[in-house]
Design a protein around this ligand. Structure first.
Ligand code: CA
Ligand code: CA
Length: 408
């Protein structure tokens, strides 16, 4: 009995075959708390999956997936129902949205079927569509969907997308080839700094045995074409080969400040410029003089309001000054010393803490590790001292980013 699992970054999908349109939920037990992570043995031996292309578009707040399958009917004419698991586990995963199916480019009717849940708190259903195969026919089937990121596995605080292809008795030969293309869209390089994309081969029955097999270039299976396009190819995919790709959480936030310089025709100097992941935009204090004592506060907002999750932060990064170019950098003040204030969760209460940090007078990002990782949601950055600008008495800071604890 062949079995294949291939797991991916951010969310999950499975394609399942059911014999002549009859659903068999032989094993609907969740194997991980995220959409599509169900194992459903299939008992149609005639349909073979030969080839699969998975295109994953990672965006800042959501991702989009396109999967193209080449199926071959090895027998007489056959109608099958394909089901794509969608599972809603409150506070753990996001559902698949806007699911569509295509047969050689023609959109198919998609309908939903419930399936029994193992736990009361789950809602399980399948996005279904019917496909008719002539005798010995090959078909190109395509699925598309989008989803918000899920922060599964709690403490690890990553955005995970899993792609699970669990065959059970679904097909009885190896899949010749699976190609995975990962495109990063609307996420800047700055935002990806310090956040590796991890590809690991896992044992789906025992996550402790997870073996990390590569870093950001997915080698040995993958190739980094450029900073925004990666691909992996798997050949003769066999039973028990599991892949998981994880993208550590990209945090989003908002900021406010004690003062800011009034926007000109070309630039804005607002507090939110410190958390737009763009080194060319800066917060600039707006008081007379060098702005010592002025502050900017950064609040993480991505899952906080929604999920009440707490991030464990191990380091932060600062891009100093007006970092669009060297001329602007040196003609304005840069921050020399900051006082970072935050409240860290310890034994159920938030304890005020502060650290004094000396910054270098450089344009690249400077990283600082906390002595111990902290659980905090707001960071106040107070200007204590500055490097004077050659032309203006305005103190600037381009970026402030926090980094949650990464996987082990
Ligand atoms: Ca910025
Ligand atoms: Ca000033």
């Amino acid at each position: 009995m062949k079995k294949i699992n291939s797991l991916f970054n951010l969310i999950i999908l499975i394609i399942c075959f059911f014999n002549a349109g009859i659903f068999i939920f032989a094993d609907a037990a969740p194997i991980s708390p995220a959409s599509g992570s169900t194992v459903v043995p299939i008992y149609d031996t005639d349909i073979v999956l030969k080839h699969e292309i998975i295109n994953i578009y990672l965006k800042r707040h959501e991702f989009y997936v396109e999967v193209e399958y080449l199926f071959v009917n090895t027998s007489l004419a056959n109608n099958v129902t394909m089901g794509f698991p969608n599972i809603l586990v409150p506070s753990l995963t996001e559902p698949i949205e806007d699911f569509k199916a295509f047969d050689s480019g023609a959109e198919l009717y998609v309908y939903r079927k419930d399936t029994p849940s193992k736990y009361e708190w789950e809602e399980y259903y399948y996005e279904c569509f019917d496909v008719s195969f002539d005798a010995y026919e090959s078909k190109n089937i395509k699925n598309t969907y989008s989803s918000e990121y899920s922060t599964s596995w709690g403490y690890k605080m990553q955005r995970n997308m899993y792609y699970i292809l669990t065959t059970g008795a679904l097909w009885h030969e190896d899949i010749d080839n699976i190609l995975v293309n990962i495109y990063i869209e609307g996420i800047s390089l700055q935002e990806l700094y310090g956040r590796e994309v991890i590809c690991s081969d896992i044992d789906i029955t025992n996550y402790d045995e997870e073996e990390i097999i590569s870093g950001i270039d997915f080698s040995p299976y993958g190739i980094k074409v450029n900073d925004f396009y990666y691909f992996m190819e798997f050949k003769d995919v066999e039973p028990d080969f599991d892949i998981k790709v994880t993208l550590p959480l990209l945090l989003s936030g908002h900021a406010e400040s004690s003062s800011e310089l009034e926007a000109g025709s070309r630039y804005s100097y607002s507090a939110d410029n410190i958390c737009d992941y763009d080194p060319a935009t800066s917060w600039v204090e707006g008081v007379r003089g060098n702005g010592v004592g002025e502050y900017v506060s950064y609040h993480m907002d991505y899952y906080f309001q929604k999920r009440f999750y707490m991030y464990t932060i191990e380091k932060f990064g600062i891009i100093n000054g007006f970092a669009e170019n060297e001329t602007l950098f040196y003609s304005n003040n840069r921050v020399k010393t900051i006082k970072l204030e935050f409240k860290s969760l310890e034994n159920g209460s938030f304890i005020p803490q502060s650290v004094i940090i000396e910054l270098e007078d450089i344009m690249s990002m400077q990283y600082y590790y906390f002595d111990e990782p902290v659980i905090a949601k707001t960071f106040k950055i107070i200007i204590e001292d500055v490097y004077p600008g050659s032309e203006w008495d305005d103190t600037c800071m381009a970026e402030f980013q926090v980094f949650p604890v990464n996987i082990d």
